[in-house]
Write a protein that binds this ligand. Structure first.
Ligand SMILES: NC(=O)c1ccc[n+]([C@@H]2O[C@H](COP(=O)([O-])OP(=O)(O)OC[C@H]3O[C@@H](n4cnc5c(N)ncnc54)[C@H](O)[C@@H]3O)[C@@H](O)[C@H]2O)c1
Length: 365
């Protein structure tokens, strides 16, 4: 089987983490009998420099015709003063919107041996393995009316029933594959839109009797995420609450360089590390490629249906960290400091070792 993957390395450390991670993807594919045609395209600031647009119509169309899209990161000081619609980040919003990517999936897990890397206490984050499912194309960021005058500024948080149903289903489906626990976060004590959200989530829940559903107000959820994050499995929430909660959750694993993400729609999917282009370390082979490799793991799982291959990628990351290999962002005394390329190379080696030891997956072993 051959898959078409559009690769958008982007700016700053984007090209470094993507270039380092692609060999891991190719190797995993090879062992599982699949190959990839990589269609590598300019996106973000580098696309603006060449074409005057952060994303071209051709690139949007290539993404829509691919089996999946892998993105590095975009942006940087060079493009900060551009008009809003020419900024690299505007290209990203345009891409998400044009592919109708309504579900943003952000896992946050603590790897064995890395608990000391977080600013939270080791005993608080030990064993945390949660996913934030954020609605990405509705709510306050897109609602009408919106505007600003000299005396007033306003936005609208609105959700249709269909918008809530589709994101709730994504979250329930994910919870079903995990620990079967879903916490829907809202502000139903104050907002009608949240009361409506809660009613619809309850309706969807009837189709998932095996998933344990709870509801939590967003202010409490923010507090609980730093007080006792291990209580969460899947968190479902609307766009703005998800934006904030997923950033809080991102601090649990200790570095932005560890956090993968997937943005999913009905037809298309985009995978990208959560981090940005990190101009402060760009071009120095210092960036952590794990977020990108883990995003590739999500790609195998969600877009190719290759769940076992995805498990191998996860195990390979774990093994590499257990062996004490670290990039600068997660380095601590007594561990071995590696660059971007070398770290990805170690993950590939770990994969080959694990595959040789347990070629049929972990359930059989
Ligand atoms: N999805 C995206 O492409 C995306 C997301 C966030 C920010 N941005 C853009 O990136 C640029 C820089 O933004 P920022 O500095 O706020 O966020 P950032 O994520 O680029 O960097 C924040 C900090 O984390 C570090 N960091 C990030 N990724 C790392 C990695 N893989 N390994 C090691 N360290 C890592 C950086 O060195 C920096 O100190 C801006 O132009 C911003 O708009 C893009």
């Amino acid at each position: 089987m051959n898959y078409k993957i559009v690769v958008l390395p982007g700016d700053g450390i984007g090209p470094e983490v993507v270039e380092a991670s692609i060999p891991v993807m190719t190797e995993v594919g090879k062992k599982f009998g699949v190959s990839f045609d990589f269609d590598v395209r300019l996106f973000g600031g580098c696309s603006f420099d060449k074409f005057g647009e952060p994303v071209t119509v051709e690139t949007l169309s290539a993404c829509a015709n691919a089996d999946a899209v892998l993105l590095g990161a975009v942006g940087g000081p060079k493009w900060e003063s551009l008009p809003h619609d020419k900024k690299p980040e505007a290209g990203l919003l345009k891409l998400r919107k044009s592919l109708e990517l309504y579900a943003n999936i952000r896992p946050a897990r603590v790897y064995t041996g890395l608990a000391e890397g977080s600013t939270l206490k080791k005993e608080v984050i030990a064993g945390v393995d949660l996913v934030v499912v954020r609605e990405l194309t509705g709510g306050l960021y897109f609602g009408q009316p919106r505007g600003m005058t000299e005396d007033k500024g306003w936005n609208t948080m609105a959700y249709t029933k269909d918008e809530i149903i589709r994101i709730a289903k994504s979250a329930f489906e994910l919870a079903k594959k995990r620990r079967k626990t879903l916490c829907s976060v809202d502000k139903a004590n104050v907002l009608e839109v949240s009361q409506f959200w809660r009613n619809v989530v309850l309706e969807v829940a009837r189709d998932y009797p095996d998933v344990k559903l709870s509801h939590m107000y967003v202010d409490n959820a923010a507090m609980q995420l730093v007080r006792n994050p291990a209580q969460f499995d899947v968190i479902l929430t609307e766009n703005m609450f998800g934006d904030i909660l997923s950033d809080i959750a991102s601090m649990i694993p200790g570095s932005l360089g560890m956090l993968p993400s997937a943005s999913l729609g009905t037809k298309y999917a985009l995978y990208e590390p959560v981090h940005g282009s990190a101009p402060d370390i760009a071009g120095q082979n210092k960036a952590n490629p794990i977020a990108t490799i883990a995003s590739i793991g999500m790609l195998f799982d969600n877009s190719l249906g290759m769940h076992i291959a995805s498990d191998y990628i996860q195990k390979s990351i774990e093994k590499t960290l257990e062996q004490g290999y670290r990039t600068a962002d997660i380095y601590s005394e007594g561990t071995t400091l590696l660059g971007t390329k070398e770290m990805a190379e170690k993950v590939k080696e770990s994969f080959l070792q694990i595959f040789e030891e347990q070629p049929y997956g972990f359930a059989v072993a």
